[in-house]
Design a binder for this molecule. Structure first.
Ligand SMILES: Cc1ncc(C[n+]2csc(CCOP(=O)(O)OP(=O)(O)O)c2C)c(N)n1
Ligand SMILES: [Mg+2]
Length: 328
């Protein structure tokens, strides 16, 4: 592992505010989304991104229009950080025809392909070959687009993980593979699934520049991704980034997560990525408490408006859903 890139300058107020806004928006979306789930308004699974907000926030802030992302089953945060419309996201979760996939996809399938979001994915590890495909297409077209696949510790033991990364390497693709190592695949610990829990080392064996970063530090994630993206645009991809983190609760909303050691949970909660983004903004830009409160209430209002919009949208019928899925 090479050392984390040095902080070149004091980050701008604009960047710090962007990081905080994104991290906080994800926090609100997940916290309030769980309440909607508890009210029985959301069907199927809901995998909260609580505790992992620093990763999507930092990574997406380093990308630009024309780039691509591919996501996971825990994908709300990636979508929000990419700039998704919260109204269309909530509507999708509530099976409404105004949602991103007209209500047919739900939490694990939100996609916005024309805007470069190749989608969440219910199949663990499936985003990696998709991302490599997008990066190959960009290379063939001569575009300078970079593709980021958000992957997971669980996916790192899928066959497609090494196959995809190796192809990206031999073709020098502009591809960044971000492993969100939250140290669990459902209730299986990282130590139970591999002898080498530092997952960035997987890339080193096949000649891929690979790094590890504190996934709970949005600014560090941003800086590392910015460096990786610049190298990719200069033809020096792919790059692997392992972002270490921990979820704040069980695997999905109905998993109490009793297997998660209390001391480890407390350790990570004390390093909460949203608090860190907020502290960075106050400490480095001098913004005051009233301005922070104004940002927070604006974001909470955006979510409330999205719920209102979704409640007023039409829910797709079971007959429509059956007709849609009959083709598959
Ligand atoms: C190919 C495949 N195998 C198994 C599953 C069932 N499954 C859903 S989530 C999950 C584990 C997820 O752990 P990880 O990949 O680390 O992601 P995290 O939930 O920690 O974000 C499994 C095994 C699946 N969806 N896809
Ligand atoms: Mg995991």
């Amino acid at each position: 592992m090479s050392a984390q890139p040095k902080r070149p300058n004091v980050p701008s107020r604009e960047l710090l505010e962007k990081l905080f806004r994104t991290a906080y928006k994800i926090r609100v979306f997940e916290t309030e989304g769980i309440k909607l789930y508890r009210q029985g308004l959301i069907r199927g699974y809901f995998h909260p991104y609580l505790g992992q907000e620093g990763i999507a926030t930092g990574v997406c802030a380093a990308l630009q229009e024309g780039d691509y992302i591919a996501s996971t089953h825990r994908g709300h945060g990636h979508c929000i950080a990419w700039g998704a419309d919260v109204k269309k996201m909530v509507a999708e979760l509530l099976q409404k025809e105004t949602g991103y996939c007209r209500g047919y996809g739900g939490s694990m399938h939100i996609a916005d392909i024309s805007n470069g979001n190749l989608g969440a994915n219910g199949i663990v590890g499936a985003g990696t070959p998709l991302g490599v495909g997008a990066a190959l297409a960009a290379q063939i077209k001569g575009s300078d687009a970079v593709t980021v696949t958000f992957s997971t510790d669980g996916a790192s033991n899928n066959g497609t993980f090494m196959e995809s990364l190796n192809l990206a390497a031999i073709w020098n693709l502009a591809f960044v593979l971000v492993i969100e190592n939250n140290q669990y695949a459902v209730s299986t610990t990282i130590e139970e699934s591999t002898r080498e829990p530092d997952l960035y080392k997987r890339g080193l064996g096949i000649g891929v520049e690979s790094h590890q970063v504190d996934g709970n530090d949005p600014l560090a994630v941003y800086e590392m991704t910015q460096d990786a993206v610049a190298k990719c645009r200069a033809g020096k991809g792919p790059i692997l980034i392992e972002a270490k983190t921990f979820r704040h609760m069980g695997h999905h909303v109905n998993d109490p997560g009793k297997y998660m050691p209390a001391d480890k949970l407390a350790y990570y909660k004390a390093r909460d990525p949203v608090d860190r983004a907020r502290n960075n903004l106050t400490e480095m830009s001098g913004i005051d408490a009233a301005q922070i409160e104004a940002i927070e209430s604006e974001i909470r209002k955006e979510f409330e408006d999205a719920v209102e919009f979704s409640r007023n949208s039409r829910e797709i019928t079971i007959a429509e859903f059956e007709a849609f899925t009959a083709d598959y």
